[in-house]
Design a protein around this ligand. Structure first.
Ligand SMILES: C[S@@+](CC[C@H](N)C(=O)[O-])C[C@H]1O[C@@H](n2cnc3c(N)ncnc32)[C@H](O)[C@@H]1O
Length: 481
């Protein structure tokens, strides 16, 4: 089940952007924090929400040039807020009458555009509107235009689901499954059942049957178990033991971050000049995962993405390894997205009770070594990423000059090699950056990058000056003569 979840999310993440790309478009909004939920049997979801409404905490400041994770408690942009901001694209999901409990006297909230519920996370909670995204040109305009209950129901059924748009119910269910899979011991999981029985089954069953009361009740049962475990300190203990999220959980959290911060601005990201160094394309999460294992990135590493775009690689590397991670980006819009993502990432990692690591984004030119503190960081980096697929010869050449200052053993991942296949180390070339780089070539497969569905090649160069020794010794000997 988890694998399926991860694959879908990875696909969603990999759809984030392409050069012509359609990307999901929702709008961000201000956060409202809701902290506790009540029993469905004693109150309506709406009343419960009102009672649950908590005051939000102060937000941290992000400077205009550098964004860093700070110690202040950050606020999450909740699911209901982004959905509410583009509510015309959403319709009620729960359209079926409550068929399970014929004795149930509660009013069924069928067709209610304000139907919502809270999900308890290991370190926070989040409010979700129980709506589904529909295609803009669906048969109906808005259910506000309808007065009759039947008409509303018909409209919702007629609308075609927009599979590329953020879906709050899917997000809620996936989050619940990740909490179940990653934060609970088998004994604790027993309290929630599984696919075939208990609360976990009810979540899926009532979602599939579009039974609003049943679904909300299952979420509240889930929350009750999670709150009990939280009160006993069990979840923080389990989260600590996990240390860093798995790849699948990292993908889920990064998808949550992306859908609340970048997706609403996706159109602004398409203003790249074609055939320039700034043409945008992304390494997809599956290939970033491979980079992490191939370069042995770990919590002691210092990672830097030269031309980090919206910062997705930096965040994934930091999330999966806990290392120091840096990104520098020349274009203003993607760099702002990176900083916005970082802020949301910090809040979400807190909600998932996971460490954020040390992350910085810098707006600037990676070649401008004089005015950027990033140059100092570059010199102590252990792994660099240069997605130079679209960089021109001058940029690649100037970047290579910077590599002369790198520490021995530093690894540079790139999409074009910095060392021509014909390069030979000799008296004439041994002082060149190409001569200190030992390059390995690897293949990537379809869906690994955003700009093509085809496979391709990437390179990992390791700074290795050992091969220059004979040339320096020769120089020394001739100077002695
Ligand atoms: C192909 S995108 C890569 C995004 C991200 N690193 C990834 O691989 O998913 C390359 C990025 O490098 C940025 N870039 C190009 N020249 C740059 C420079 N001199 N300094 C900083 N960033 C630069 C571009 O604006 C673009 O966002």
């Amino acid at each position: 089940m988890n694998t399926a979840i991860a694959c879908t999310e990875e696909k969603h993440l990999s759809k984030r952007m392409d050069t012509n790309g359609k990307a999901a478009t929702t709008t961000t909004a201000i956060k409202r924090r809701l902290s506790k939920s009540n029993d469905l049997t004693t109150t309506t979801p709406e009343k419960r929400l009102r009672e649950d409404n908590n005051k939000s905490n102060g937000s941290k400041k992000v400077s205009s040039t550098v964004a860093t994770v700070t110690k202040q408690k950050p606020k999450m942009i909740t699911s209901d807020r982004i959905v509410r901001a583009s509510q015309s694209r959403y319709r009620p999901y729960f359209v079926a009458e409550n068929s399970e409990n014929s004795n149930d006297s509660r009013a069924s909230p069928v067709g209610d555009p304000n139907l919502q519920t809270i999900l308890e996370y290991p370190g926070d909670n989040e409010n979700f509107l129980l709506l589904r995204p529909v295609l803009k040109n669906s048969s109906s305009t808005s259910n506000n235009s309808s007065n009759s209950h039947n008409h509303k129901t018909l409209q919702a059924v007629d609308d075609v689901e927009d599979k590329d748009e953020y879906n709050p119910i899917t997000d809620l269910i996936r989050s619940a499954y990740f909490i179940y899979e990653c934060y609970l011991t088998p004994e604790q999981q027993d309290l929630l059942g599984d696919d075939s029985h208990g609360i976990m089954r009810n979540l899926n069953k009532h979602r599939n049957r579009r039974n609003a009361n049943g679904f909300i009740e299952a979420v509240h049962d889930f929350n009750r178990v999670i709150r009990d475990l939280k009160a006993k300190g069990e979840l923080s203990k389990n989260a600590k033991a996990m240390r860093h999220p798995s790849y699948d959980l990292a993908c889920h959290i990064l998808y949550q971050v992306y859908s609340r911060t970048v997706a609403p601005q996706a159109d602004a990201l398409n203003n790249y000049q074609a055939f320039s160094n700034n043409v945008y394309g992304e390494i997809n999460p599956i290939l970033v995962k491979e980079f992490i294992s191939k370069t042995k990135l770990n919590s002691h590493s210092v990672f830097m993405d030269m031309g980090c775009g919206i910062g997705n690689v930096v965040l994934q590397v930091a999330a999966q390894t806990g290392c120091e991670a840096y990104g520098i980006e020349i274009m203003e819009v993607p760099c702002k997205c990176a900083k916005r993502q970082l802020k949301e990432y910090a809040a979400r990692m807190k909600a998932w009770r996971l460490p954020t690591g040390k992350i910085h984004f810098r707006h600037g030119d990676f070649l401008d070594v004089g005015s950027s503190d990033m140059y100092q960081t570059l010199k102590r980096a252990t792994v660099l990423l240069v997605n130079n697929y679209a960089f021109d010869w001058e940029t690649n050449h100037s970047l290579a000059q910077l590599f002369l200052d790198l520490n021995e053993g530093t690894k540079i991942i790139s999409l074009k090699s910095f060392v021509p296949k014909t390069h030979k180390i000799n008296q004439r070339t041994f002082h060149m950056p190409e001569s200190i780089l030992r390059v390995e070539e690897f293949e990537y497969f379809s869906e690994a990058v955003s700009w093509t569905n085809n496979g391709g090649t990437y390179y990992i160069a390791t700074v290795d000056r050992s091969r220059l020794k004979p040339f320096y010794e020769g120089m020394y000997r001739s100077s002695q003569r």
